[in-house]
Design a protein. Structure first.
Length: 135
């Protein structure tokens, strides 16, 4: 079993808040991410797959297959969008980096040919990331 990582980037706006919280509670809980007028992040997405390298090519997954699957299923639906307002995946779901990792997992699981999805890691800032390795 060999694991392969490919890195992607997308930009998106969001707001983290709980409807039942006051503005003060939201600010205490989510900090700057609770700004009512939205804000953006330059997200970095690491997708890690595993498998046996093909005996002929030596590849676990062809780069173009990897690239196209992630672009179509996990980048295009979110890039340059407001996650709260424009993306059905986050209707009623706070677009925290934790939840973004889980949503992207669900979108990619089973869609990477013979390679098996091992981990989705999403970086919200250079200091903060979340990873999901499946249910
Ligand atoms: Ni934020």
């Amino acid at each position: 079993m060999v694991r392969v990582t490919r890195r992607f980037e997308f930009c998106a706006a969001h707001r983290l808040y709980c409807r039942e919280f006051s503005d003060d509670e939201n600010r205490r809980t989510f900090g700057a991410c609770s700004n009512p007028n939205w804000h953006g992040h330059n997200y970095v997405l690491d997708v890690i797959v595993g498998g046996e390298p093909d005996p002929g090519t030596g590849l676990v997954i062809e780069g173009a297959v990897f690239e196209r699957a992630v672009k179509e299923r996990a980048i295009d639906p979110f890039d340059h969008r407001n996650l709260n307002l424009e993306c059905d995946d986050f209707k009623g779901l706070n677009p925290s980096v934790e939840n973004i990792a889980r949503v992207i997992w669900r979108r990619l699981d089973g869609a990477l040919g013979t390679a098996k999805l091992h981990c989705v890691r999403v970086w919200e800032t250079s200091k903060t990331s979340a990873e999901y390795t499946g249910p």
